[in-house]
Design a binder for this molecule. Structure first.
Ligand code: PLP
Length: 431
């Protein structure tokens, strides 16, 4: 069970560079945990895989892979409508998974946990449905300068449809949101504030509780993009008091194609369906259709049943490993990685916020990040290079791209050392 939450920002504050040269955390057996993830023992280009691209997607423990296989091997049937045994079993597994996720994020009811394909679909759902009901000409939507494209473009599309206006919270040189500027943007015109909990490009942990409090004071609702927070921090949607929270299962050690939109029931009840079709109706005639209750109202058609069940297995796994110890290990590892990468001659860190999770974004001399990534790949090291679907962040720092190493709790100090060795090789090659 999730203990009742303390404000997430403070619980997630990085440790004070706890142990720089070797940061093992008591109480977390990383080697045991690594054995749960079969892919981590494979080689890439003849070298042991060093997977540091967790912000793009995380690896899956065997129990998740097994749960999906078991569903297709033993229980495959469509859900909700069947009276036969397999359909009953599939329905129980799928709805059981929904309840596991509800508990994990501390939502009050499964009516408030909508299965979606991922964060992108969750945000689009809210932009279309909330937008069509509550946003009109002259209204305003606030996003931040730290957002992933999936938390920008759906709002721009809404503004084009509705005549509303998009406003942007600027960021400072460390990659933190300017709360003073945010407060100035708030007014009765603002209908929704959409911000990420953790930035995928820089790793900044945003002060979401405060953002929500200020928005509510001004009468605005808040959507939190939790794609990069859920794998690293305890998320408690009721403690945050956000109106919507979106996350992607594939970043949370679950399958691609799974995700959750949390929404407060009174808001979801007031919003029209996003898509029409089977499962989302109460009755259909040619004159008029009426809609099912939550969450079915927002889940038209056959969902990705195997993925939902796989996401439930991922939550079971996280419950089983002591997630708090895992998060503490990872926070120490981030301090270690930041210190070591920052000490490489020619490195410039991009994003130096006081509170960060998982991500170290950097430049190395004048070497194009793509070249850094390619050379590291030849050493078996997977990092991400590019604009990370956050072009406005790159523009803010006047750069086209960064190299980004992003951690999960199964990474180790030894892997960071391999990365440092790889960066030395990159410098050697580029002389
Ligand atoms: C902060 C953030 N928001 C949204 C997304 C979109 O997630 P998905 O592609 O899983 O829908 C990502 C993906 O990287 C992300 O990092």
């Amino acid at each position: 069970m999730i203990p009742s939450a303390t404000p997430i920002e403070s619980s997630a504050a990085p440790r004070e560079h706890a142990a720089r040269t070797s940061p093992p955390r008591s109480g977390f057996d990383v080697e045991r945990v690594r054995r749960d993830f079969p892919i981590l023992s494979r080689s890439v280009r003849g070298k042991p895989l060093v997977y540091l691209d967790n912000a793009a997607t995380s690896q899956k423990p065997q129990v998740v892979i097994d749960a999906i296989t078991r569903y297709y091997t033993e229980e495959n049937a469509n859900i909700h409508r069947g009276v036969h045994l397999l359909s009953e079993k599939a329905t129980a597994a799928y709805e059981g998974a929904r309840d596991k996720i509800r508990r994990w994020i501390n939502a009050g009811s499964t009516r408030e946990t909508i299965f979606v394909r991922g964060t992108t679909e969750a945000i689009n759902l809210v932009a279309w449905s909330f937008g069509s009901r509550f946003v009109g000409a002259g209204d305003e939507i606030i996003v931040s300068g730290l957002e992933h494209h999936s938390n920008i473009v759906p709002w721009q599309m809404l503004c084009e449809r509705s005549g509303a206006r998009l406003r942007v919270i600027p960021i400072n040189d460390a990659g933190e949101l300017r709360l003073d500027e945010y407060e100035k943007l708030l007014s009765p015109r603002v209908k929704l504030v959409a911000v990420n909990h953790v930035s995928n490009a820089l790793g900044t942990i945003n002060p979401v509780t405060e953002i929500v409090r200020l928005a509510h004071q001004a009468g605005a609702k808040v959507l939190v993009d939790g794609a990069q927070a859920a794998p690293h921090l305890r998320v408690d949607v009721r403690a945050l008091d956000c109106d919507f929270y979106a996350l992607s299962g594939h970043k949370l050690f679950g399958p691609t194609g799974s995700g959750i939109l949390y929404g407060k029931a009174e808001l979801l009840d007031a919003m029209p369906p996003y898509q029409g079709g089977g499962d989302m109706i109460r009755s259909v005639t040619f004159e008029k259709s009426t809609y099912a209750d939550l969450p079915a109202k927002f889940e038209a058609g056959t969902p990705d049943i195997g993925c939902g069940i796989g996401l439930g297995a991922a939550i079971d796994y996280l419950e089983s490993i002591d997630f708090d110890a895992a998060a503490a290990w990872e926070a120490d590892l981030l301090a270690y990685a930041t210190e070591r990468i920052g000490a490489v001659p020619g490195v410039k860190l991009i994003g130096t916020a006081a509170h960060k999770a998982s991500v170290v974004s950097f430049l190395l001399d004048n070497i194009h990040p793509h070249d850094i990534g390619t050379i590291l790949d030849s050493e078996g090291i997977a990092i991400r290079t590019g604009h990370h679907c956050a072009q406005p962040v790159m523009e803010r720092f006047g750069i086209p791209a960064t190299a980004r190493a992003s951690l999960a709790f199964y990474n180790t100090p030894a892997e960071i050392d391999v990365l440092i060795h790889g960066l030395a090789k990159v410098r050697e090659l580029f002389g």
